[in-house]
Design a protein around this ligand. Structure first.
Ligand code: ADP
Ligand code: ASP
Ligand code: MG
Length: 460
């Protein structure tokens, strides 16, 4: 069971989490827990790291450490009063390490990817201690493990490391023996390289930790506890009548999460899919609700379209140049350069005139993408590269779309009726998704129009 940031955001939330775990523990289930940092803490760690790299004097390190101590200390007092002194001692030790690394970054005015990963792993280092202590306080034996102790071995791609296959055996040998006597609480989001260097798995990476651990220990199910009732037909923050989907196929969930449905991390789905371990998404604030279940094949639905997502913080890149017409090797030059610069391309489309290729990359990769394309331009393969940051990518997802004619027509007619202009369009060959790009200002409206067009708010 994985609990996200809002689910462990304060003492009441952690109390709720303990109640849920206690319930299943008492019912005889063997449980393994993965936790995120308390809501907002990872953002604050990112921000302080960036800030102190740039300040000239008076780095706000002491104030920061004090605020972390106050927030976490208050929760410890509330949820684990019986062992609060002992827990605070460990928290102070951790905060001392954090202070030392922040001071080193300030002294050197250099924040390497390796130091950043170490710094941003502290949210989980603190939250897991507290959840584990709160469980013990409630009479449930528990130990806290960091990602590395739990056996999560990763590549050294700091900031978005990938879990290595050998993690499976490490996790199994370390975690399974604990399950009979206790409920281990593992710090999500973090792992380490073979040499023990701390890494993180990308924002929202605790879902990925949970899937890796769940599969490694042969869990019957992986439960992702969050702050909504399940995977929904759209982000409920954007579409107020979005509906919970009782079942979603792994493929659909993968497309949804890749295109911005924050409720699951895209990388958490594949490991579970490979072993057919069901992933259940449930609401900590409404535990009785059945939630959503990710399965191999979802129930067919006459609407064909299952859900609509959109992703902002992306950029559209338009590549033009007459040299591209009929020339083999141009696409290779473009994509190898982007690959060398480690740019993750989210969408690709090429017009049939071949004089134009459009790409979508996330904003973080824009600078590297432009540098890569500049090199391709220097080599004479392409002529012009333009970009636009004020765009969003919208995805319409549903496995039933494969082989159902007319869906694309309905999508574009509905958008056209509303005067929403399409800037780019792409359909994967799997046909599980049709995705397109519109101006940022039109993004939410596009989701609304399509949610209505396909009647997604209605119960089936
Ligand atoms: P956690 O802290 O539990 O990991 P997240 O904030 O990462 O939670 O993910 C949950 C949020 O995802 C919800 O509050 C919701 O606003 C958002 N979300 C976006 N798209 C969807 C969707 N299709 N279904 C459910 N939630 C979604
Ligand atoms: N705490 C990390 C983040 O905020 C990981 C997670 O919550 O899944 O991105
Ligand atoms: Mg999340």
């Amino acid at each position: 069971m994985k609990f996200g940031g809002t689910s462990v955001g304060d003492q009441e939330c952690i109390g709720r989490v303990v109640g849920i775990l206690n319930h299943y523990h008492t019912a005889g289930d063997e449980l393994c827990v993965v936790v995120s940092a308390m809501a907002g803490v990872t953002d604050q760690l990112h921000a302080i790291a960036a800030e102190i790299e740039g300040v000239r004097d008076d780095p706000p390190i002491d104030t920061f450490i004090a605020s972390m101590r106050t927030r976490h200390g208050k929760v410890v007092q509330a949820v684990a009063p019986g062992e609060s002194d002992a827990v605070m001692e460990v928290i102070d030790e951790r905060l001392c390490n954090l202070k030392n690394i922040l001071t080193a970054v300030y002294n050197l005015r250099e924040l390497t990817p390796r130091s950043r990963d170490y710094i941003i792993s502290f949210g989980e280092r603190l939250s897991a201690l507290i959840v584990s202590a709160a469980l013990r306080e409630a009479g449930v034996p528990s130990v806290a493990l960091n990602g590395c102790e739990a056996g999560i071995r990763t590549t050294d791609r700091h900031g978005c490391a990938e879990v290595l296959p050998e993690s499976g055996t490490h996790i199994k040998s370390r975690v399974v023996p604990l399950l009979a006597e206790s409920v281990p609480v593992i710090m999500g989001y973090m792992g380490c390289t073979e040499n023990g260097i701390v890494t993180t798995l990308g924002r929202s990476g605790s879902d990925y930790s949970a899937a890796i651990v769940g599969v490694a220990i042969d869990a019957d199910e992986i439960w992702i506890w969050t702050d909504v009732d399940g995977v929904m037909t759209a982000d409920p923050r954007v579409i107020e009548d979005a509906r919970v989907l009782p079942d979603v196929s792994y493929h659909e969930a993968m497309e949804l999460s890749f295109f911005g449905a924050k409720v699951l991390h895209p990388r958490c789905i594949e490991p579970a899919m490979q072993k057919s371990v069901p992933i259940r998404v449930k609401n900590t604030f409404n535990p009785e609700a059945p939630g959503s279940c990710l399965v191999d094949v979802s129930e067919p639905d006459h609407r064909v379209v299952k859900a609509i997502t959109y992703i902002d913080k992306v950029s559209l890149i338009n590549i033009t140049g007459a040299q591209m017409v009929g020339q083999p090797g141009v696409a290779r030059a473009i994509f190898s350069a982007l690959g060398e610069f480690e740019v993750n391309v989210m969408m690709i489309s090429q017009g049939s005139s071949e004089a134009n290729i459009s790409l979508i990359v996330d904003d973080e990769h824009l600078k590297a993408a432009l540098a890569a394309l500049n090199e391709v331009m220097q080599k004479g393969y392409i002529q012009e590269v333009e970009h636009d940051r004020n765009v969003v990518a919208v995805a319409v997802v549903g496995v039933g779309m494969a082989g159902t004619p007319g869906i694309a027509g309905r999508i574009f007619t509905a958008l056209g009726r509303e005067g929403i202009n399409l800037m780019m369009l792409s359909q994967g060959s799997s046909e599980v998704n049709v995705s397109f790009v519109v101006k940022q200002a039109d993004g939410q409206r596009a989701v609304r129009v399509l949610h209505d067009e396909f009647g997604l708010a209605e119960e089936s």
